[in-house]
Structure formats: C-alpha cells, structure tokens
Design a protein around this ligand. Structure first.
Ligand code: AMP
Length: 196
C-alpha cells in the first residue's frame, strides 16, 4: 500500500494536490475537512457538534476526530492506499494513525509537507471564500486556523522527520510544478516498495 499524508497550512494546496495524486496512484482520498463539511450540510448529529469548532477555526477534539477517521478506514478497506488530507493535525492523531495502520499491517509511506508563505496563504483562502463560499474562509477564522496550525506544525514535522518519512516541498509554484515534485517523490518510494 502507498499511504500518503499531505501536510501543510490551511490554504497550502493540500486538497488541490490530493485530487491530482488520487487518479495517478489509485489512492482513496480522505479529507477530514470535506467529511465534516458534508456532515454539516446534511445537518447530522456529528455535523451539529463540529459546526461550532469549524466556524471558529478550532480543531475538533482528538477522540472524536480519530473515531471519524477509523470509521472511514473501516468502510474503505479495498484500496491501493490512502491519501490523508487534513489529518493528522496533532501528535495524538499522528500516533493514532500509526496504530490504526499498523493494525492493518501497513503504515504511512510518506508525508508530503507543502510549504507556502503566510501572506500567500491568507490571499488564497480569502479568494477561496469568495469562490466557494466556505464559511471558515473569512479573515478572522483564517487567522485562528493559522494560529492553530502553528501550535502543532513543528511537532508533527519532527514526528515524521524522526521516522524518516518527511518530504518538504515548496508550494508557491504553479499547481503542475508542485504536482511534479510530489510525483518524483512518490514514484521513487513506490518503485522501492514494489522491488522488495
Ligand atoms: P480543512 O478543510 O482541512 O482546512 O478543515 C476545516 C476544519 O475542519 C478545520 O479548521 C477544523 O475545524 C476541522 N478539522 C478538519 N480536520 C481536522 C482534524 N484532523 N482534527 C481536528 N479538526 C479538523
């Protein structure tokens, strides 16, 4: 299996790149943000609980988020691998992901860390708010989301660096160029995997 974590600040292009990676490597895309937004739209019980957090730019509590993720993994076990977009966001989530994948006799293959400067992130998210009408893409919530991201980014980056799984790329280039960098990394890793 090829299990990829796509990591980066909100607005760094994780979703955009995930959508390009998915068909090429036949992975199943798990965007925790998309899952939660769907729950909100459908006004489910979970949707009502998470709405307050999302609209304030706060993280959903780990135990709830981990439960949501393991349910999705359970329901989608037939795949060549997964791309995790928006998860993990805390060390507790990173550890939980390792445990869940270990129980399936697999593991995180690579963490692609997309780096984009703060000014560009804010600009992109404001544009996305206008284009897609995301309720959390307004200046106040954007600032909160960036602060929350910076609370945990260093520790998550070092968690995966220590395990030799971290690949950092620049995300300020055109979409196709960023994708090309990701493909280079994943091709290298998957050819290694198949040789074993
Ligand atoms: P995203 O679309 O990934 O930027 O996520 C949008 C919002 O959903 C975040 O600001 C959080 O409120 C919530 N969320 C998404 N993924 C997670 C996660 N792994 N842990 C906690 N909250 C999350």
């Amino acid at each position: 299996m090829l299990n990829v974590v796509i990591f980066g600040a909100p607005g760094s292009g994780k979703g955009t790149q995930s959508k390009l990676i998915v068909p090429k490597y036949r992975l199943y895309h798990i965007s925790t943000g998309d899952i939660l937004r769907r729950e909100m739209e459908n006004q489910t019980e979970l949707g009502t609980v998470v709405k307050e957090y999302i609209n304030k730019g706060l993280l959903i509590p780990d135990d709830l988020m981990i439960k949501v993720l393991s349910n999705v993994l359970e329901s989608r076990s037939e795949t060549m691998g997964y791309i995790f977009d928006g998860f993990p966001r805390t060390i507790a989530q990173s550890e939980a992901l390792d445990n869940i994948l270990r129980a399936k006799n697999t593991m995180v293959t690579a963490v692609i860390n997309i780096f984009v400067k703060e000014e560009e992130l804010v600009e992109r998210m404001i544009k996305r708010g206008k284009d897609l009408g995301r309720t959390d893409d307004n200046l106040e919530t954007i600032q909160n989301r960036l602060n929350v991201y910076h609370e945990y980014d260093d520790s998550i980056i070092s968690y995966y660096k220590k395990r030799g799984k971290l690949f950092t790329i620049k995300g300020n280039n055109p979409i196709e160029d960023v994708f090309e960098q990701i493909v280079e990394i994943l091709d290298r890793l998957s050819s290694k995997e198949y040789k074993v």
